[in-house]
Design a protein around this ligand. Structure first.
Ligand code: HEC
Length: 128
């Protein structure tokens, strides 16, 4: 059985194991390891994959540790669009083009003159 990832935490931390732990604590995933789910769905699901002994109800997270879980590389069959989780409105001009903006132009390597220009663009009316 392939375990799910919690994508937000995976993208934020890059920690695959922790992301799996978070995802499998979702109530619907926990239910998959209970007998009703096994009988009504999972046994049939496993036989579809050729696993005839059926679904094992051993929940793979015990005392915060994954049990009987192995990482494997797998063929990538799908792609995900990166438009998920994007905010409706983008950064406004004056979030960057101002002194103390979200980008440190000096740290990025711009010369002092260029930093001044980028922080004081005539095109952008700054708040200060
Ligand atoms: C996320 C930060 C960010 C935002 C938001 C942003 N800019 Fe910029 N802008 C930059 C950076 C960095 C540069 C310098 C790019 C380079 O060195 O090639 C730049 C360059 C420019 C320049 C060229 C200045 C010159 O002297 O060549 C103009 C004009 C400009 N931005 C206008 C805008 C306007 C108008 C908006 C809003 C619609 C905007 N920027 C939003 C980061 C930003």
């Amino acid at each position: 059985m392939i375990l799910p990832f919690d994508y937000p935490s995976y993208y934020e931390t890059g920690n695959a194991i922790e992301s799996v732990k978070i995802a499998i604590q979702n109530p619907i995933v926990k239910r998959m390891y209970e007998t009703p789910f096994k009988l009504y769905m999972m046994d049939e699901f496993m036989s579809y994959f050729g696993v005839l002994e059926g679904w094992k109800t051993d929940y793979p997270l015990v005392d915060g540790k994954l049990v009987n879980v192995e990482p494997h590389w797998m063929r990538q069959m799908g792609t995900l669009m990166v438009n998920h989780g994007i905010e409706k409105t983008g950064r406004q001009c004056d979030e960057c083009h101002t002194t103390d903006g979200i980008l440190d132009f000096e740290l990025l390597g711009y010369s002092p003159e260029r930093v001044y220009e980028l922080e004081h663009l005539p095109e952008v009316s700054t708040r200060r």
